[in-house]
Structures are given as C-alpha cells and as structure tokens.
Design a protein around this ligand. Structure first.
Ligand SMILES: CC(C)(COP(=O)(O)OP(=O)(O)OC[C@H]1O[C@@H](n2cnc3c(N)ncnc32)[C@H](O)[C@@H]1OP(=O)(O)O)[C@@H](O)C(=O)NCCC(=O)NCCS
Length: 150
C-alpha cells in the first residue's frame, strides 16, 4: 500500500483525533488552541484519498527545560485503527523530523501516552519524566528527541 505524507489543514485532523485519541469528547472539542497558528504544522498520511494518520507540531517550550531554544511539541499523533502497526506512524514522525530540521528546530518533545512509549522509543525519543496522569486520557510520560543527534 502506497502511503503519502503531506501537510494538511487543521480541520482535517478532527475526525481522527476524536476516533483514535479522545472518543469521550465531542468533535468541537477537537479544535485545539494552537491549531490555527501560522507556524503550526499538521501532517497527514494518505492511503489513496483516505486520511489514515495525523500529527500536529508547533513551537512550545519544554516543561522541564523552558529556556532551551528551538523547541517544538508534537501532539495529536494518531493512526486509524485499521492501519496501525504498518509503519504509518513512523512515516509521519520521519516527515515531521525532516520538516523541523529544515526549520532549524533542535528539540522535539511530547506528552506520550505510556501505551505509546515504545513507539516513540523506536523513533529514538527518550523518556525524561516519571509517569503522570493527564485527565481524561490516563498515564503519560514526557519524552524528547534531540534532532541534532540524528
Ligand atoms: C501509537 C501510534 C501512533 C503508532 O503508529 P503505528 O502506525 O501504529 O506505528 P508503526 O507501525 O509506525 O510502528 C513503528 C514502531 O513502533 C512500534 N510500535 C507501534 N505502536 C506500538 C505500541 N503501542 N507499543 C509498542 N510498540 C509499538 C512498532 O512495533 C514499530 O517498531 P519497529 O520499527 O521496531 O518495527 C498508533 O498505533 C496509534 O494511533 N495508537 C493509538 C493512539 C495513540 O496512542 N497515539 C499516541 C498518543 S501519545
């Protein structure tokens, strides 16, 4: 199956966010505060004309090291359940990394669900916090990736 990854508009992220990440919330609640910032980047993975994966990225200091320059956050990482485990998440993160390297970003971080921690580790992210609760979703850890070392 040929998958293509490319930038998408914020509106297109909402359905997968709700289905995969926050089924307990409404579609309206899938509009997140930084979605329409000029610098925010939304990437979509397409299988023909079906959107099967999403991720959102924007500049945001990292909670544990707020002075660190050129730091971006990764959010809303989701792959359609029928398409998980086929390398689509990896394609999305790889494209995110190359887009951010082009922009001079040094550090990428995320609030990772503990259940997705191994996925991020497979992309060379490292855990930098103890687990914490993030209602209404559950346990998370802070993870980061130094783009300069890739
Ligand atoms: C987590 C998620 C984005 C990963 O995307 P994916 O397309 O399923 O993952 P990939 O097929 O690209 O997997 C890449 C690697 O991570 C591993 N991996 C993926 N999900 C994993 C999981 N939940 N647990 C352990 N390993 C996992 C794969 O085995 C693979 O390893 P490899 O490179 O050694 O073969 C996707 O499964 C998903 O949307 N899950 C539900 C929502 C979620 O948890 N999102 C993250 C919120 S922080």
């Amino acid at each position: 199956m040929a998958i293509s990854v490319r930038p998408i508009k914020a509106e297109l992220t909402r359905s997968l966010r709700q289905q995969i990440l926050r089924p307990m919330q409404t579609l309206e609640e899938m509009k997140w505060p930084r979605d329409d910032d000029q610098t925010t980047l939304h990437l979509g993975a397409w299988a023909d004309d079906r959107l099967v994966g999403i991720v959102t990225l924007y500049p945001q200091p990292m909670p544990m090291d707020p002075q660190r320059p050129q730091t971006w956050q990764l959010r809303g990482m989701a792959v359609d359940s029928q398409f998980q485990g086929q390398g689509i998440g990896k394609l999305l993160v790889k494209e995110a990394i190359s887009q951010l390297q082009y922009r001079g970003v040094q550090t990428l971080w995320c609030d990772a669900r503990v259940s997705a921690c191994e996925f991020y580790k497979s992309m060379k992210f490292v855990v930098i916090s103890k687990p914490y609760e993030k209602p209404p979703v559950g346990p998370h850890v802070l993870m980061k990736l130094d783009l300069g070392t890739l």
